[in-house]
Design a protein around this ligand. Structure first.
Ligand SMILES: Nc1nc2c(ncn2[C@@H]2O[C@H](COP(=O)(O)OP(=O)(O)O)[C@@H](O)[C@H]2O)c(=O)[nH]1
Ligand SMILES: [Mg+2]
Length: 413
């Protein structure tokens, strides 16, 4: 990932965003025309088919081409502040105008909107307090309170405040430079576990079976996230399979099948009551091997981690994987609901102790004031954040990008 940090001159970047907008608008027009043409052709075909059917008098209008389920594409919105900001964030990462897509703009807009509540109680207030004056030791106290309130966690807050204090002892720091420094420090905290893990981005490796276990307590968004991951993965041409190993929730399998259908990914399940989760995984691995699957996504049950047997179950699932596919690349991803703030952090800590986690996925970043908890997860649980979710739609999940996250969290308007 290329992350240039210099601020582009704001007039230039507005001009840049305007050009990007014009280009996307043109592309969208062309796509619309193309779709219209396809629709017309389809109707013509249907008409011919109907006439044929009438002739041979078979009332069957069902298997006409083009009935596959489509997933709504995002529309290009207004050329507004959201667009400009999103385009600038992409530009700052080295994207060229013709590489920008409506999908990316749409996502960044969602992320920025989602973090609005976190930002409101934080940057906006901070900027109000600072005005245009340079930072003082008192403003650091305010900042400390605001960071804690945004659920950034005590350790990360201490770290950031002490680097700022050191900087203040050496030079005068204006409000704008202060925010820039803050962004840099927060990004360092988030990036540390990512760097330590040795890979910036979690992607399935070709030629091996990749198994991703989604773990976490009830209601945090495991099943939804798994559905979104299946979509992302199959869209990226990885052969994908789902194992429905949450055998405790009656509706869990049905819920997964709906997600699987939407992205054309099969779901391996066992409908019998109280089926053994490890047995489902066993079947799924057999299927995965037969079909040459790249990525097997495993949904797990989420009863509270204080109940030991949940951890025992996870251990059993892992043992099965180790035994059947010793060279599989296994990821245990803890799903955390950002809106639970410190509570989520507590869960993360207790899971980390016993579940041998390799990463985290933060969900529900749309509309929480506690987005800062992502920093606490990086600093205190030392887990690389791999994906973030900001909405209930199939496309509302993206690989985690620390630059974009920090920019969205601290966007100053
Ligand atoms: N707003 C919002 N809701 C989400 C998100 N992810 C999941 N949910 C919702 O959270 C609820 C619980 O999700 P589910 O996937 O069943 O959680 P699980 O028990 O961990 O499997 C559902 O109503 C989901 O639609 C998200 O990113 N944003
Ligand atoms: Mg579930």
């Amino acid at each position: 990932m290329i992350c240039k940090e210099e601020n582009i001159d704001s007039d230039n970047s507005r001009e840049w965003a305007a050009q990007a907008y014009a280009l996307l608008k043109k592309r969208q027009e062309e796509q619309k025309q193309e779709l219209k043409k396809q629709e017309e052709q389809k109707q013509e075909l249907e008409k011919q088919e109907e006439q044929k059917q009438e002739l041979i008098n078979i009332p069957n209008k069902e298997n006409i081409a083009g009935q596959s389920k489509t997933i709504a594409e995002p529309e290009l919105g207004e050329f507004d502040d959201n667009f400009t900001w999103s385009a600038m964030v992409l530009a700052a990462q080295g994207k060229k105008i013709n590489q920008i897509s409506i999908d990316e703009i749409d996502w960044l807009t969602k992320l920025r909107r989602g973090l609005e509540e976190t930002r409101k109680g934080f940057v906006t207030e901070l900027l109000d307090k600072l005005g245009d004056d340079p930072l003082t030791p008192e403003s650091l106290d305010d900042l400390e309170t605001l960071l804690i309130r945004a659920d950034v966690g005590i350790d990360s807050t201490d770290k950031v405040i002490s680097s700022l204090r050191t900087k203040l002892n050496e030079e005068v720091v204006g409000a704008e430079a202060g925010i820039k420094f803050l962004k840099k420090e927060l990004k360092l905290i988030i990036d540390k576990p990512i760097k330590n893990s040795g890979s910036d981005l979690l992607v399935p490796q070709k030629g091996k079976l990749n198994v991703w276990l989604l773990v976490g307590v009830n209601g945090v968004g495991k099943t939804t996230t798994l559905g979104k991951l299946a979509y992302l993965s199959s869209k990226s041409n990885y052969k994908t399979l789902i194992a429905a190993a949450d055998t405790f929730r009656a509706a869990a399998v049905e819920q997964l099948k709906v997600w699987g259908d939407r992205s054309n990914v099969d779901v391996i399940s066992n409908q019998s009551k109280n089926a053994d989760p490890a047995a489902v995984v066993f079947d799924a691995i057999n299927s995965a091997k037969k079909r040459n699957v790249d990525l097997l996504l495993v949904d797990t049950a989420g009863r509270l981690q204080t109940k030991n047997n949940l951890m025992d179950e996870l251990a059993k699932i892992k043992k099965i994987i180790d035994k059947k596919v010793p060279d599989a690349l296994v990821e245990s991803l803890l799903v955390l609901d950002a809106s639970q703030g410190q509570n989520g952090l507590k869960q993360a800590k207790s899971f980390a102790k016993s579940a041998d986690l390799s990463g985290a996925i933060i969900t529900k970043l749309d509309g929480t004031s506690r987005g800062g908890v992502s920093l606490a997860v990086s600093e205190e649980v030392n887990l690389p954040i791999r994906f973030i979710g900001a909405g209930e739609g199939i496309k509302d999940l993206r690989p985690f990008n620390s630059y974009e996250f920090v920019e969205a969290m601290l966007a100053d308007k």
